[in-house]
Design a protein around this ligand. Structure first.
Ligand SMILES: Cc1cc2nc3c(=O)[nH]c(=O)nc-3n(C[C@H](O)[C@H](O)[C@H](O)COP(=O)(O)OP(=O)(O)OC[C@H]3O[C@@H](n4cnc5c(N)ncnc54)[C@H](O)[C@@H]3O)c2cc1C
Length: 329
């Protein structure tokens, strides 16, 4: 069996906002990139946790929906045609010649002259529901990639935090019916969103848990959800789809074994974004230093700084200052 190999000047690990902007910036510096992410879609935390929320604190964007923000980042990077390897986790890193070889969990090896880690808080792994996990990919999902998929459906949303309330709010005008199921009496999410959801006609069941998903699993056709409340009553709710919005567990995972200097759960970097490993840089939520603020605008500045240093470290004949983007076509 041949092991697939992909090569580029720079491997970016993490296609969140920082990695996507890094892909643009590497291209701007004349460097080719491969961008790897364990999630099936680019956008990191934004797409996994709050694609429908409005982001209001990124310069020159007074208010923009998360998914549109990510689409803009992807479009900006597309000017330099990065190669995306999505749905694959970077598991090992080894020095090879003057560069690095990084192995992914599907067996692909990516060879690159430099590695830029933009792995954020790690790969968000969804918390599974109490029952019905076997329906994942058909009648069950952990987040909504495209709200239009739920047009005309009876949707059951499970969870009590912001994500559950946001999905109930966003799908209210799209789905035929929404039932919001929370195992506790009180929601953790934003009170104003809960009020909107209530006013929109969502059926809200508190102190209630899912006990099973019922339908034709082979055909991928969910029909109903069995629920039980704290009083022990059994409730059956018609459902075409269940969204288990129970939050995510994030962990740096394999990166912990790469020999990176860590500060708690963050990777230590110098002012140029260099880690303690030669040719390995880091930016965005992944990094930690005294005074660090974990926001996207900070990550964008960090990855631009790191990419300029990557360019010069790979080719000392270049200047650190890249010139102005307004100068080029
Ligand atoms: C509800 C919520 C609202 C927020 N609102 C705002 C806001 O208004 N303004 C703001 O500035 N910030 C906000 N943030 C924070 C913002 O989302 C983060 O600062 C930002 O996502 C960090 O981007 P990043 O690219 O550094 O990391 P992430 O977005 O965490 O992306 C990292 C990516 O790396 C991938 N990855 C990790 N390890 C591996 C591996 N080994 N192999 C392959 N892929 C890997 C992950 O799957 C992930 O996709 C909010 C966060 C939350 C949760």
């Amino acid at each position: 069996m041949t092991i697939p190999t992909v090569g580029a000047d720079v491997l970016i690990v993490g296609a969140g906002p920082t990695g996507l902007y890094g892909a643009y910036y590497a291209g701007f510096r004349g460097l080719s990139t491969v961008v790897v992410d364990a999630l099936a879609q680019p956008g990191g935390q934004v797409m996994a946790l709050y694609p429908e929320k409005e982001i209001r604190d990124v310069a020159a964007l007074p208010a923009i929906r998360g998914r549109d923000f990510v689409a803009n980042l992807v479009e900006q990077a597309a000017a330099y045609s990065p190669t995306y390897l999505l749905g694959r986790r970077a598991v090992t890193l080894r020095r090879e010649g003057g560069g690095h070889a990084v192995e992914l969990d599907d067996g692909t090896t990516v060879r690159a002259r430099a590695v830029v880690l933009t792995a954020g808080i790690g790969t968000p792994t969804p918390r599974p529901p109490a029952a019905g996990e076997e329906w994942l990919g058909t009648g069950l999902s952990y987040f909504v990639v495209d709200p239009r998929v739920h047009a005309g459906q009876d949707v059951v949303i499970v969870g009590g935090g912001d994500s559950a309330l946001d999905w109930a709010d966003a799908l209210g005008s799209i789905a035929r019916s929404i039932t919001l199921v929370h195992r506790r009496a009180v929601f953790r999410g934003h009170a104003a969103t809960l009020e909107r959801v209530r006013a929109g006609g969502t059926r809200i069941l508190t102190d209630t848990e899912v006990t099973s998903l019922i339908g034709d699993l082979q055909a991928g056709r969910l029909e109903k959800v069995a629920l039980r409340n704290r009083a022990g009553e059994e409730i059956v709710q018609a459902a075409d789809h269940v969204i288990a919005a129970l939050g995510f567990i994030s962990d740096l995972g394999p990166l912990r074994t790469w020999g990176l200097e860590l500060i708690g759960r963050s990777v230590a970097v110098d002012r140029a974004g260099r880690t303690n490993l030669p040719g390995v840089y880091a930016a965005g939520d992944l990094t930690g230093h005294d005074g660090k603020v974990k926001l996207m605008s900070v990550g964008f500045g960090e990855v631009a700084t790191a990419m300029n240093h990557v360019a010069v470290d790979l080719d000392p004949g270049l200047t650190l200052f890249p010139g102005h983007s307004t100068d080029g076509a």
